[in-house]
Design a protein around this ligand. Structure first.
Ligand code: ADP
Ligand code: MG
Length: 274
């Protein structure tokens, strides 16, 4: 097998706000495919889950940024992610002349999940809370993905997987992506989000950190630089690099030109290395 150059994109729901932006992002990603890179897209879709649950009249609470998910809600999460978001991304890519394959972690038993055991801190005390169908990655089997990549397909994978007993879980998209990027030793693991990268001061765009070592992440968490949605992103970069990805990078998906500029040696986004 020739040495592959694989780029794995994590595409977040907040950079999917409109059809035009989505097309631009996918165009830029497909341009990299045309340059000879292998491409994988892994996506979540928080805003779409929210919308679907609202239509179904299902209330859901968040604990520490995680959506408490009943088995009933899980059905709607799957409907939104697999039926709506995934199907739509596959259609757009196909229209661009590439061959996309829509999957979840369940297909080919690519991702084996386990229930996420969550400890929540309340009044200084740690307690275990049951978040229902919220999962973690137990293990990855890359057989199906390898097969698809070797045959020129673009796998588009949503962050749902089952455990050994067939229970379905919604896994944080960043963590899901980081694990797969690691298992495949991706050349680059690129997270598309709605900010230009990691900022030292979240609200000051000029405070962007262009380069970061994994060893520095803990300190940045302690000083509360890394917050909210950025926490699983940084954790996922750590997982990806630890497990074998060569480089991780956070860029702004709402500025699709950043994707085409990735290999032009410009200072774009935040680069995280081991
Ligand atoms: P996505 O849909 O891409 O997963 P999230 O909202 O989950 O998006 O995560 C991105 C958000 O993380 C940013 O919009 C920002 O509000 C937040 N964030 C927290 N800490 C930082 C930081 N230090 N630098 C940049 N963004 C941060
Ligand atoms: Mg997020």
């Amino acid at each position: 097998m020739t040495k592959r150059k694989l780029i794995l994109f994590k595409y977040g729901g907040n950079a999917m706000t409109n059809q035009n932006l989505k097309s631009k992002i996918l165009e830029n990603i497909c341009a990299l495919k045309n340059k000879g890179f292998q491409i994988i897209i892994i996506h979540g879709g928080g805003p779409f889950i929210k919308e679907t649950l609202k239509v179904a009249n299902i209330k859901s609470d968040f604990i520490d940024g995680l959506r408490k998910t009943t088995p009933e809600a899980m059905e709607y999460v799957e409907m939104a992610l697999k039926g709506k978001v995934n199907g739509n991304l596959v259609s757009i890519i196909n229209k661009m002349g590439h061959k996309a394959v829509g999957l979840s972690g369940k297909d080919g038993q690519t991702v084996l999940a386990k229930k996420h055991l969550h400890t929540h801190e309340k009044n200084g005390k740690k307690e275990l809370v049951d978040l229902g169908q919220v999962g973690d990655v137990e293990s990855i089997d890359t057989t199906l993905i390898d097969l698809l990549l070797e045959n020129d397909f673009i796998p588009v994978i949503t962050c749902i997987a089952s455990d050994k007993n067939g229970n379905n879980y919604n896994i944080n998209g960043d963590i899901f992506a980081g694990n797969i990027a690691g298992a495949l030793s991706a050349e680059q693991y690129i997270i598309l989000t709605d900010v230009n990268g990691l900022m030292l001061d979240k609200d000051n765009p000029t405070s962007i950190i262009h380069e970061l070592k994994v060893a520095e992440i803990n300190h940045l968490k302690e000083i509360k630089c890394i917050q909210g949605g950025m926490i699983p992103k940084m954790d996922s970069c750590e997982i990806a690099l630890e497990k074998g990805a060569k480089l991780a990078r956070i860029i702004n998906g709402t500025v699709p030109e950043q994707i085409s500029a990735l290999f032009e040696h410009q200072k774009i986004g935040t680069i995280i290395s081991a």
